[in-house]
Design a protein around this ligand. Structure first.
Ligand SMILES: Cc1cc2nc3c(=O)[nH]c(=O)nc-3n(C[C@H](O)[C@H](O)[C@H](O)COP(=O)(O)OP(=O)(O)OC[C@H]3O[C@@H](n4cnc5c(N)ncnc54)[C@H](O)[C@@H]3O)c2cc1C
Length: 450
């Protein structure tokens, strides 16, 4: 005879008991150590075959027929049944199925039957203790894992505004290339999307755009080297929230720029950051931005932060001078001072960056002007040009706020216009203001080399 014991797993009280719970001394006198219906009393009762009504041997099918699904079998009952193959197999299959669930932590428990079937030799106390410890360790591991996931994917969303949900400095994080556009024979725009996705309705780069100019580093995995690139301001017409766009120039013989130029749409890149370049002060009244080549990206960042992210009197006047070697880098660009500068020439296509600059001008006609200089057309950025801009503004402006000259572009461009940056204590610092601007001796303008 095989004794099948069915006992409650979670509920140990005996609800059918009508006996009152007597005070402890009286119970002791009556040799009744526990209240009827209390946890241990009920549990002991359930394990005591003598307290259970006798039933004839029944097969598993008969028990199912009488009580339905084993999960609904009555509590505190003992069933006796002959040991036979079918019954044992059926119970084993059922038992192994339900055992998957009890080891999961409570909140994730599946539809578990309330009855535990014990039909094998009872385990020793030590084995039971070991199993219980193992099950608790397993549950704790689950809870720790779930806590980690909640912290990473839910709580970290609250830090989304700081960009932490996307970047994980100093580690590189994966992005996918979702678009690539050639904007000239030597430059292209890459649009990247974070591989881990972005919480809807949140701008993960909000803090960076509030402060001012910033960059990230791209990794070249074969050579294990990294180079900095500057995100273009967001353009909802061509990119999703969380996407970043970069204007990249293929340097002849350049390792990272040519590696990026070879990557196809759908390819992966790893980037690290964000690296803030300058925290723009709140009291800026005038900006002259001298940009060479891809140095236009920080110029557009400054215009976006100062004009789109700030309001009212906090928005300064910004004049960008964009110098390029060839017209193909700034097709369609017309100086703001020229008539019709804000409309497109129907006979000439307009470059993507020029078009975006024009859109910014259209949004802020009072605050933003752009001039285009092209080496091959004989228009250069020299002292006369810079002087005309700064002197005109200094004379017309009576305000006491900050006036900033930014110089951004290739190393040679910065060196000629404002003198070289300086390496100090392993860091690149601004260095003295030299070059053309240094010789001009401007005193009421602060100079920033980017
Ligand atoms: C803050 C910041 C932001 C930037 N943002 C942008 C951006 O938005 N877009 C952009 O295009 N660039 C940007 N740059 C520049 C960019 O980081 C890279 O410097 C540029 O792309 C060149 O990198 P590379 O690896 O392709 O070239 P490198 O391999 O570094 O080579 C650079 C040049 O040096 C020459 N050279 C290399 N090795 C030697 C050698 N042994 N002897 C002689 N010559 C050599 C190469 O021919 C090449 O012309 C930024 C730089 C900084 C610091």
């Amino acid at each position: 005879m095989q004794c099948l014991r069915l006992k409650t797993r979670w509920k140990f009280s005996n609800p059918s008991s009508k006996q009152p719970c007597l005070p402890l001394p009286i119970r002791r006198a009556l040799q009744q150590p526990r209240c009827p219906g209390s946890r241990k009393f009920s549990s002991r009762r359930a394990e005591d075959p003598d307290n259970q009504p006798e039933r004839p041997d029944e097969s598993f099918e008969q028990l199912i027929a009488r009580f339905g699904h084993p999960g609904k079998w009555p509590k505190d009952q003992i069933f006796k049944a002959s040991k036979n193959e079918t019954l044992t197999n059926e119970l084993e299959r059922y038992y192994s199925r339900v055992q998957i669930f009890p080891i999961l932590p409570l909140p994730f428990r599946g539809p578990m039957p309330r009855l535990l079937i014990t039909y094998k030799e009872p385990m020793s106390k030590e084995t039971i203790g070991r199993w219980r410890r193992a099950i608790w360790l397993y549950r704790i591991a689950w809870l720790v894992g779930i806590g980690y996931l909640i912290n990473t994917y839910i709580l970290s969303d609250s830090t989304n505004s700081k960009g932490h949900a996307i970047f994980d400095a100093p580690r590189f994080v994966p992005f996918s290339i979702v678009a690539r556009e050639d904007v000239s024979p030597t430059s292209f725009i890459l649009t990247l999307r974070p591989s881990h996705g972005v919480k809807p309705g949140v701008d993960p780069y909000a803090d960076e755009w509030d402060k001012g100019t910033w960059s990230v580093e791209f990794k070249q995995p074969q050579l294990q080297i990294a180079r900095s690139y500057t995100p273009l301001p967001p353009n909802s017409d061509v990119q999703d929230p969380g996407d970043l766009r970069f204007l990249i120039r293929k340097e002849r013989g350049g390792e990272v720029s040519n590696y990026l130029a070879r990557l196809p749409v759908g390819g992966k890149v790893e980037i690290r950051g964000p690296h803030p370049e300058i925290d723009l002060p709140r009291d800026i009244t005038d900006v002259v931005f001298l940009a060479g080549g891809t140095g236009i990206a920080p110029a557009m960042q400054v215009a976006y932060t100062l004009l789109d992210k700030r309001t009212g009197d906090e928005r300064p006047r910004i004049h960008i001078v964009w110098a390029n070697r060839k017209r193909e880098d700034c097709v369609g660009g017309v100086d703001s001072s020229s008539a019709g500068s804000l409309t497109e020439d129907p006979l000439q296509s307009t470059g993507t960056i020029v078009r975006e600059l024009q859109m910014m001008q259209n949004s802020h006609p009072e605050h933003l002007s752009v001039d285009y200089l092209v080496d091959e057309e004989g228009t250069f950025l020299d002292q006369t040009k810079i002087s005309a801009l700064t002197t005109g503004i200094s004379q017309s402006s009576a305000s006491t706020g900050s006036k900033l000259i930014f110089v951004s572009g290739p190393e040679g461009f910065i060196n000629v216009l404002a003198g070289p940056k300086k390496w100090e204590d392993g860091e690149e610092k601004q260095g003295e203001v030299g070059g053309v601007i240094g010789r001009m001796g401007v005193t009421d303008w602060k100079v920033w080399k980017l």
